[in-house]
Design a protein around this ligand. Structure first.
Ligand code: BES
Ligand code: MN
Ligand code: ZN
Length: 487
């Protein structure tokens, strides 16, 4: 049901001019002389790149794409020149996007081999994962598909030592995106749990699944309160990877609402239409843990996927109901559409009993989109040093987050007259922070970061580097977090 590209990825020391491929992709900077492989390609093609630069057809502007069909002097059938932008502005993110844009340009048709000239060996990871990103799109359920995974990606001049990480991150990204793109008729808590078990079996980590009776026995009343409106029973998936026996454990918790109708606080159609994406946090955790295990990183990770469907029905949780979470705290439900925090409450509670280092990922609030837009996640924490460490990992990975305040002046947002807290802020203001303040009640003494990924998890329309749909956001950051944690 969850199918990801079968594309193989390799590095190769072969010269770009003599390599046989359906497409040879080379990056060109916005200024400066042609150097290295670009100069070799220029020489082999009797100055083709120089001429195209002089005529203004190639500027090297970031993400510019100039295809050259049947280039003479090269063994490759086609050449694609992709702009890398100013050399001083070249980062992991800009190389990743350039490679992704090139792959997107090519993979609208079926091809065999795409060879990418890695600008320099330290960019192998960015180039490889970027290419992989551009080979996958949401159209796999069309009778006439719109994107075709190639047979082979070759990283020319790439660093062979980086290859295991490239493969692991590419596959983690593919898995996370495909999970988000999968329709809710196929992907619901039970099938998501099966996908997690399958991933664990292949990539080498343990997966334990708790069903509804176990969840009740574990006193997860807040999570079960959300699930009770749906015919689809809840699941909790526990992913355990121990690469550093005896060492500390990084706890990663994901919101996995496989469909968020809003429950009795029903969303209007416009707000509900993309709500199959509401499990993107859980998808990021699964993709990230898979990528960590596949590389055999020397780190311990506990991943927790909180999996429910949020539906209205005769059994659904009602406004005014009071739920009791695992830690005994009582919650007044004033809006059944604020369900993510209800399921995370119990999952965080359990996680905080297992480890003192937590990060959760959740498409939690529309308010975070209003505050930060579609490209930047909100970061909230109860420990500034831990928050900085996580933010640093996200930046290194080339992803974006911005810290929101969590001081005591926001405590009133979750005060309830009848229970220990209420699940909404009441008014419209500070909605993203209200979510953070609520979750904070369930992490005990653990150092904790809450990532609100409601914006970056889903792309409404295509961009140069990415097809619309699930983005796979935070998979690369989670690998980087694990690396920082292991040091
Ligand atoms: N899943 C939504 C948040 C969301 C909105 C994710 C848009 C991605 C894009 C969440 O469960 C939700 O409905 N939040 C409410 C909270 C409110 C009722 C306090 C919201 O944002 O309106
Ligand atoms: Mn909701
Ligand atoms: Zn939701």
């Amino acid at each position: 049901m969850i199918t990801t590209p079968k594309t193989t990825i390799d590095v190769s020391p072969e010269a770009p001019t003599t390599l046989k491929a359906d497409w040879l992709v080379v990056g060109i900077c916005a200024d400066g002389a042609l150097t290295g492989p670009a100069a070799a390609i220029d020489a082999a093609t009797a100055g083709l790149l120089t001429r195209l630069r002089e005529s203004g057809d190639i500027t090297g502007k970031h993400l510019e794409l100039v295809p050259v069909l049947s280039p003479t002097g090269l063994a490759a059938t086609r050449l694609l020149v992709v702009g890398l932008g100013k050399p001083e502005a070249a980062t992991r993110a800009t190389i990743h996007d350039a490679a992704a844009a090139a792959a997107r340009h090519i993979t609208g048709k079926q091809v065999g081999t795409i060879a990418f000239v890695v600008p320099s060996p330290e960019h192998t990871l960015a180039a490889g994962v970027g290419l992989a990103q551009g080979c996958q799109g949401p159209g796999v359920r069309k009778t006439a598909p719109t994107r075709f995974a190639p047979e082979r990606l070759l990283l020319l001049g790439g660093d062979a030592a980086a290859l295991p990480r490239v493969l692991a991150e590419a596959q983690g990204l593919w898995l996370a995106r495909e999970l988000v793109n999968a329709p809710p008729c196929d992907l619901y808590p039970e099938t998501f749990a099966v996908a997690a078990a399958e991933s664990g079996r292949i990539s080498g980590f343990d997966v334990e699944i708790w069903d509804e009776s176990r969840l009740a026995a574990e006193r997860m009343g807040s999570l079960l309160g959300v699930a009770q409106g749906s015919h689809r029973p809840a699941r909790l998936a526990l992913l355990r990877y121990n690469g550093n026996p005896g060492g500390p454990t990084l706890g990663l918790v994901g919101k996995g609402v496989t469909f968020d109708s809003g429950g009795l606080s029903l969303k209007p159609t416009d707000g509900m239409v993309d709500m199959k994406c509401d499990m993107a946090g859980a998808a990021a955790v699964l993709g990230g843990v898979q990528a960590i295990a596949a590389q055999k990183l020397k780190v311990n990770v506990l991943g927790i996927l909180a999996l429910v469907e949020n539906m209205p029905s005769g059994n659904a949780v009602k406004l005014g109901d009071v739920l009791t979470a695992r830690n005994g705290k009582t919650i007044e439900v004033l809006n059944t559409d604020a369900e993510g925090r209800l399921i995370l409450a119990d999952a965080l509670c359990y996680a905080s009993e297992q480890t003192g280092f937590l990060v959760n990922f959740a498409t939690l609030t529309g308010a975070c989109l209003v505050a930060l837009g579609t490209e930047t996640s909100g970061l909230m924490t109860n420990n500034d040093a831990w928050g900085e460490q996580i933010l640093g990992a996200i930046r290194t990975a080339g992803e974006r987050a911005w810290k929101l305040p969590m001081d005591a002046s926001y405590d009133g947002l979750i005060k309830s007259k009848v229970a220990d807290m209420r699940n909404t802020g009441g008014g419209r203001w500070g909605g993203a922070i209200a979510g953070g303040k609520f979750l904070e009640q369930f992490v005990g003494e653990a150092k904790w970061v809450h990532m609100d990924i409601a914006g970056p998890a889903w792309a409404d329309s295509d961009t140069a580097a990415l097809d619309a749909g699930g983005t796979g956001c935070m998979v690369r950051s989670i690998v980087e977090m694990a690396l920082a944690f292991s040091m």
